[in-house]
Design a protein around this ligand. Structure first.
Ligand code: G
Ligand code: MN
Length: 296
């Protein structure tokens, strides 16, 4: 009995410590936002057929002086627990729309701008935030894509769907991020005002050596096509993955093979250079679209 109590006590102590650390980090993060110590980087997205850029995903970066940058996989959950995610999310949205206003023509294409939206931001107030940002920056709403993860739809999808329908009234696009990992029911897809599925990179990673995973990827691509919803495959890192996706009819891609997230200037340059024309160690000449194969 005593040992049980002690275990409970230790558990509570650990939770309190985590809470304090989270709060501290949350405050640090709010300070970093206020002092403009955070940056927004951009990762280009490409059309499979021509290798041309089609969109940019905005990704927050936090670099502390004299320390390695803190990855978003670490600081986003902290911001979520410490209650700073809404401040952070709004800041990223504003900065990204401001930046993307300067990209009316990148080599003949105006990129769409994808911005990640945390589950915690999905409430009635977010509509007003999107509206304010669009008005303040004059960014065309039809070029703005809000990415939400499907986990938001698992428990109680009703209110989230209502929110998204309101956002759609503003003319923005909606994408499901990390698609396939959220264990949610497929039936919501027919009810959601969704424009694009972003197939999670874990499928792309496993696909070349797992027949069943390859079948899932194939089915998601077919599902999107039949439903009239775009499918973008995330996390393409090598030629084998690229090749398989191309054969399966995937139309849009994003990943380190083509471009890593980078500051706006660099990302713009990468966006404007179709990846087929760059020297990329992973690509064979015969699968480079600009050299003819895909022209057929
Ligand atoms: O969940 P979401 O898709 O928004 O995650 C974006 C994150 O994925 C970014 O932090 C970005 O750096 C990372 N990312 C983008 N492309 C690749 C890739 O090809 N491989 C891996 N491992 N990570 C990637
Ligand atoms: Mn994303």
């Amino acid at each position: 009995m005593e040992s049980k109590l002690r275990a409970l006590f230790l558990e509570q102590q650990a939770a309190e410590r985590r809470f304090e650390t989270d709060q501290e980090l949350g405050m640090l993060l709010e300070g970093a936002i206020a002092r403009q110590e955070l940056a927004v980087h951009y990762q280009p997205q490409y059309e499979m057929s021509q290798g041309r850029g089609c969109g940019m995903e905005a990704l927050a970066r936090w670099s502390l002086p004299d320390r390695d940058p803190i990855p978003p996989s670490l600081f986003i959950p902290i911001a979520e627990r410490a209650g700073s995610i809404c401040t952070l999310g709004e800041w990223v949205l504003l900065r990204a729309c401001e930046a993307a206003c300067n990209w009316p023509d990148l080599g003949g294409v105006r990129p769409t701008l994808s911005v990640n939206v945390s589950t915690y931001q999905i409430d009635e107030s977010f509509y007003g935030i999107i509206k304010r940002v669009i008005e303040a920056t004059d960014f065309p709403p039809e070029l703005l894509e809000l990415e939400i993860t499907e986990s938001v739809l698992i428990k109680d999808p009703g209110p989230a769907i209502d929110c998204m329908e309101q956002w759609k009234d503003l003319g923005v696009q909606i994408a499901i991020d990390d698609f396939g990992t959220g264990y949610s029911s497929l039936s919501y897809l027919s009810r959601l005002p969704v424009d694009r599925l972003k197939l999670d990179r874990s499928f792309v990673h496993r696909m070349p050596h797992e027949r069943k995973t390859a079948a899932i990827v194939h089915s998601v691509i077919a599902l999107g096509r039949d439903m009239g919803i775009g499918v973008l495959a995330e996390g393409i890192e090598n030629e084998m993955q690229f090749d398989m996706l191309e054969q399966m009819g995937c139309l849009q891609v994003q990943g380190y093979l083509f471009a890593k997230p980078a500051p706006a200037r660099e990302a713009r340059a990468l966006f404007m250079t179709p990846w087929g024309t760059r020297s990329m160690p992973g690509l064979h000449p015969e699968i480079i679209p600009n050299r003819g194969l895909h022209a057929a």
